[in-house]
Design a protein around this ligand. Structure first.
Ligand SMILES: [Mg+2]
Length: 205
């Protein structure tokens, strides 16, 4: 198993990881009529089929609004470019939709780093913290979990990586809650700081 930062397959969360976090989840719950503090997608998926479909459409509309506000996280374009230049493969696993993810990546000018088949949204695989999206990406790439890193800003990202057997990288400017720590292999404040860590961890050429 390779040390985390020397691995060749990198799976990124979108919102709050590649982008600056803009989602106001309490406001989203109010607009959707969902009770406070429940997981939005889990709650929607326990409704009846017609109601769940209506709520998914309403959630998609809200996600499109947020997509138009997306800004690149510090150092993100440089990190993706460096990984790709080094021959790493890049994938994206988001609880957002594939369509919105594509819209955000195009808006930020980094869509060229991700093959369409390597973009997984909440309709392509059961959402994180389940590891299904990671497993399908590994299958698609014919890659091993021991050569893969899951990068995200939320406990969901860390848990999905742990469950799939990948290394985990937390991107978060502050200290993580204590109960997240056992799920974190590396922690950086931004994609730019991850890039610096990755450059330092590379074997000399
Ligand atoms: Mg996120």
């Amino acid at each position: 198993m390779l040390p985390p930062l020397t691995r060749h397959h990198w799976i990124f969360d979108l919102d709050g990881t590649l982008t600056v976090a803009v989602h106001d989840f309490p406001a989203m719950r109010r607009r959707l009529g969902i009770p406070g503090h429940v997981d939005i997608i889990d709650w929607i998926d326990t409704r009846g089929a017609a109601e769940a479909a209506r709520l998914h459409r309403a959630l998609d509309a809200i996600e499109h609004e947020y997509a138009s506000l997306a800004r690149a996280a510090e150092g993100m374009p440089e990190l993706l470019a460096a990984l790709e230049t080094a021959g790493c493969r890049l994938g994206l696993l988001t609880r957002n939709t594939r369509e919105v993810a594509g819209q955000v990546l195009r808006r930020l000018g980094v869509d060229r780093h991700f093959a369409e088949e390597a973009l997984f949204g909440r309709h392509e695989a059961p959402p994180k913290p389940r590891p299904d999206g990671i497993s399908r990406l590994l299958q698609h790439w014919q890659a091993e979990a021991g050569d893969t890193v899951m990068v995200g800003d939320h406990l969901h990202d860390l848990l999905s990586g742990r469950a799939a057997g990948t290394a985990t990288v937390l991107i978060s400017p502050g200290d993580p809650p204590p109960d997240w720590r056992i799920h974190i292999d590396c922690h950086f404040g931004s994609p730019g700081q991850l890039l610096a860590g990755w450059l330092a961890a590379r074997p000399p050429t």
